[in-house]
Design a protein around this ligand. Sequence first.
Ligand SMILES: [Zn+2]
Length: 107
Amino acid sequence: MSLDLPRTDTRAANLAADEVRRRLEHARTTRLAQLKALDETGDSPGDHLMSNQKDAIVRVLREIDEAFARVEDGTYGTCLGCAKPVPPERLEILPHTRYCVGCRRAA
Ligand SMILES: [Zn+2]
């Protein structure tokens, strides 16, 4: 982490972090609502479709938590595959993503 950033850049980064937290919070709220809706539908034993859906949501929730942690330690928005910045438009659609499009495809 670089400590010699100009003040203005730091402020911009803080603003961005607030925006990112807001997006992640929204993504988490949406996923929790989906999970709740699935629970209320009730699942029958052996309902693989339902449990697959739940697993997918739980996995995203975990990724969202990890994304929150990366906002805190300043590594948010950096691809875990190639260490390059993930394009902002991708983060807008998938705020919890850990990979750029190229690395996600390769994964
Ligand atoms: Zn990458």
